[in-house]
Design a binder for this molecule. Structure first.
Ligand code: ZN
Length: 310
């Protein structure tokens, strides 16, 4: 079994309730974990994904009510892209029109149909139509039919001054291979990984640097099967690329290290284990506010400052 590819994408949102409404109702993802930012426990950390929160399906947010909007630029994620079954683009275009979701006309990229849109806080997203995936399991919120529902990530698109140094990290450390070029895009794929298996680098030369804010992606996490696989990646980063990571941090549902890749995007390596059923059953994921053991003693104060979201 392959354990490479995107583990999760974490972004910055505005109002938490609006974020939950958009991702669970408009897009039909499952809220798989309602917890707090472990480094800032007065704010939520909300996780969306498939039924179990499988690696490669997880989009997470730090919602801050009065966050200033980010500005797209060099050294950040330009677009986060989900997979939908071939033939579903018409359904989604219609849904976006009905729900007032800002979107563009579909375009072709690497031969695939791409429908770009934005969430209510300006995050740049897209859907890609993929053949042959209608039979894959899909979470449904009861409103969006399973045959058109989102099936995890297709890719992320990084806007960088230069594709090569980041490409070297993807290929040497993170299990990707370069598989194609189109215009200023270089496509990398984690072999054997269909869900969350693609990273596109958009080499843009001298563009303004990004300014992080509402709608910006905070970091991209890549998969490691377990602690040993993660440690091996940390060793390669240090020995082959002179990059040091943070120490390993226990995020309750995975264990992570972080580093700034050469193109200035914050990368994380996260273990596939233990997963989101570590502290509540799959049937109840996302219903209760879950706290890590070191914050349980402060539950009353934390609950008092968090707004109701769902
Ligand atoms: Zn993360």
């Amino acid at each position: 079994m392959n354990h490479h590819g995107i583990h999760h994408v974490t972004a910055i949102a505005g109002n938490a309730r609006r974020n939950v409404e958009f991702y669970t109702r408009t897009l039909g993802l499952r809220l798989v974990k309602k917890t707090v930012n472990f480094d800032d426990p007065g704010t939520y950390h909300l996780y969306y994904g498939d039924e179990t929160g499988s690696p490669g399906t997880i989009l997470t947010f730090f919602p801050w009510d009065h966050v200033a909007p980010g500005r797209l630029g060099i050294g950040e994620t330009q677009e986060t892209v989900f997979r939908v079954p071939e033939g579903a683009i018409g359904y989604w275009t219609h849904r976006f029109v009905e729900n007032g979701v800002a979107h563009q006309a579909p375009v072709k990229r690497f031969g695939e149909t791409v429908l770009s849109f934005k969430d209510p806080h300006g995050m740049r997203l897209a859907l890609v139509a993929r053949p042959g995936i209608t039979g894959e399991p899909a979470w449904t919120n009861g409103d969006i039919p399973a045959e058109v529902a989102i099936r995890g990530f297709h890719s992320v698109n990084l806007l960088l001054a230069d594709a090569a140094p980041t490409g070297a990290i993807l290929t040497d450390v993170l299990g990707f291979t370069e598989i194609g070029r189109e215009g200023s895009l270089v496509r990398f794929k984690a072999e054997g990984t269909e869900i969350g298996g693609i990273v596109d680098i958009h080499g843009a030369g001298g563009f303004l640097p990004a300014r992080m804010g509402g709608g910006s992606v905070h970091h991209i996490a890549f998969r490691a099967a377990d602690d040993a696989a993660e440690a091996e990646m940390v060793r390669k980063l240090a020995e082959n690329h002179g990059i040091r990571t943070t120490e390993q941090k226990d995020r309750n549902y995975f264990r992570s290290v972080y580093f700034r890749e050469p193109g200035h995007v914050l990368f994380e390596i996260a273990t596939d284990v233990p997963g989101f059923a570590a502290d509540e059953p799959v049937a109840r994921l996302g219903e209760a506010l879950k706290l890590p053991p070191f914050l349980e003693g402060r539950r009353a104060q934390i609950e008092a400052v968090l707004p109701e979201v769902a």
